[in-house]
Design a binder for this molecule. Structure first.
Ligand SMILES: [Zn+2]
Length: 504
């Protein structure tokens, strides 16, 4: 490892100088460039890199307590940064989740819902806000899921690298493209990077698999081609935790995490060589997790159980953000307000017709004397509103989790249900058809429904959900009818689903 670590001392010195120079006067950063953003903000004029690793469970990272060493680089980054140990994505489906991350608004509030969820063309958006504040912006993604213009609003440069949906092993390419953008970019810059490799099919480099697997690899099963279409018969044969083929599948997923971790390490080396790490805030997260039969499902975008929504979230800016572990519950809608306040970019105002406020709040106290995490425990909401699959909303508060379902397909019904398309709109209105209540401190695996055991808690969480739905309705963003995309998949989507084994 050469880059970032060799640069840290310089960075620390720069941070101290920066505070001394800028303080209340602040006109230049420690490299003498003019500041962008509010001069009193601790990271005014800094670059920002947002790394999203698709399908990365928080509990499969070394620093997240996982039994395998899947993330040596991220472990070191986490030791130097602010780690939010209890962070959730606001959906378990890529498009809904990334839309919430970029806009700071929940799916129902922004209207970014369903299979073709896209952030609206106006309102708060990370790319648009930083572009307006003078940033040079790039959106580089290894997924084709985010091609709609709403995702890339405000980005000067946009690249969707793969030509296929199910490409694996493209992390190093994304890192090279990122370094090349930084090499040519004027400062400050915003770089959104979307890595994909932990997403199925799990096709790691053999060397990465050899590093995580305890036993020699078995015949590889492809999740989409070999497992999902014949899951029922595999389960009858004993496929599941402890069984060789299942454990091999999981080891391949872990090995893809290891490969992505290495691609990130390479990126940091290059950024260190380019000398930009001293003034770059890095945020690392995932759009959602992945299920391995904890509740009968594989893949993601099917439930809002913890394995699907608990994601890594860390902020790295040594010299300014002291290392910390935060246990309070936070979610992706808190990221945009945090970034805006750290960077000193004006926050959209609540009630403004064009911005309509944000659903989250900043996770940091700006000081003086120091920048510190500031998290007030408040309810967090996750939604999965893909009508041809599931329509679910979850409210989390303290250690309680309430899940309401308007459409629910059991694991055995998932293919048949999806093929049948979205249900009639009337089925998605009115009260939920099914509810569950879990106490995560005693039951982190969400195995025991306590719906009848805690009426006061249940009433409070239902109230939170009702307020969210009513605010969404008032904003005109609550889909009262399934959107056109919620019907049977269009031709392009059908082709993709077929390629991935979802459709025959
Ligand atoms: Zn995803």
């Amino acid at each position: 490892m050469r880059g970032p670590w060799a640069h840290l001392l310089a960075k620390l010195a720069c941070g101290a100088l920066f505070i001394a120079l800028v303080g209340p006067l602040g006109v230049t950063g420690c490299d003498g460039r003019p500041e962008v953003g509010h001069a009193a903000a601790p990271l005014a004029g800094w670059n920002l890199i947002v790394v999203v690793v698709d399908t990365l469970r928080a509990d499969h990272l070394g620093y997240g307590g996982y039994r395998r060493a899947t993330s040596p680089f991220l472990d070191r980054l986490a030791a130097q940064g602010v780690v939010f140990e209890n962070a959730i994505s606001n959906s378990s489906f890529t498009r809904e989740s990334v839309a919430a991350l970029l806009t700071g608004r929940l799916p129902s509030r922004s209207g970014s819902t369903g299979w073709h969820a896209v952030p609206p063309g106006n309102g708060p958006h990370l790319g648009a806000l930083l572009h307006a504040a003078g940033y040079r912006t790039a959106f580089l993604a290894n997924t084709l899921m985010l091609r709609a213009a709403g995702f890339t609003r405000g980005f000067d440069e946009v690249q969707h690298l793969p030509r296929r949906w199910d490409v694996s092993g493209a992390g190093p390419l994304l890192s090279r493209r990122a370094a090349s953008f930084v090499r040519g970019a004027r400062r400050p810059f915003l770089l959104y990077l979307h890595y994909l490799d932990p997403h199925a099919p799990y096709e790691p480099a053999p060397a990465d698999l050899a590093r995580v697997a305890e036993t020699p690899p078995g015949p590889a099963l492809d999740l989409y081609r070999d497992v999902l279409p014949r899951l029922a018969s595999l389960l009858r044969e004993g496929f599941g935790p402890g069984e060789a083929r299942f454990e091999d599948l999981k080891a391949r997923y872990d090995a893809e995490i290891l490969g992505t971790d290495a691609a990130l390490a390479t990126l940091f080396d290059d950024l260190g060589t380019l000398g930009v790490l001293e003034r770059t805030l890095v945020v690392v997260t995932a759009d959602h997790g992945e299920e391995f039969l904890e509740h009968g499902f594989l893949d993601h975008g099917w439930t809002l159980h913890q394995e699907s929504i608990r994601v890594p979230l860390l902020f790295w800016a040594p010299g300014i953000l002291a290392p910390a572990r935060v246990t309070e519950l936070v979610s992706h809608v808190d990221v945009l307000p945090s970034l805006l306040s750290l960077l000193g970019v004006p926050m959209p105002k609540a009630g403004d017709a064009t911005t309509d406020g944000l659903d989250g709040s900043s996770l940091f106290e700006l000081g003086p004397p120091a920048v510190r995490p500031r998290v007030t425990e408040r309810p967090q909401i996750a939604e999965l509103l893909v009508a041809q699959r599931q329509v679910l909303r979850a409210v989390l508060l303290d250690d309680w989790k309430y899940v309401a379902s308007w459409r629910w397909l059991d694991p055995e019904q998932r293919f048949e249900g999806q093929r049948a398309g979205a249900p009639p709109a009337a089925e998605l209105r009115g009260p939920p058809r099914r509810e569950s209540l879990y106490r995560l401190s005693e039951d982190p695996g969400e195995t025991r429904d306590r719906l009848d055991e805690a009426p006061a808690v249940l009433a409070r969480l239902r109230e939170v959900l009702a307020a969210h739905l009513s605010a969404s309705r008032a904003a005109g963003s609550l889909p009262s009818e399934p959107a056109p995309d919620a019907q049977a998949p269009d031709a392009q989507e059908a082709e993709r689903l077929r390629a991935l084994g979802y459709l025959e």
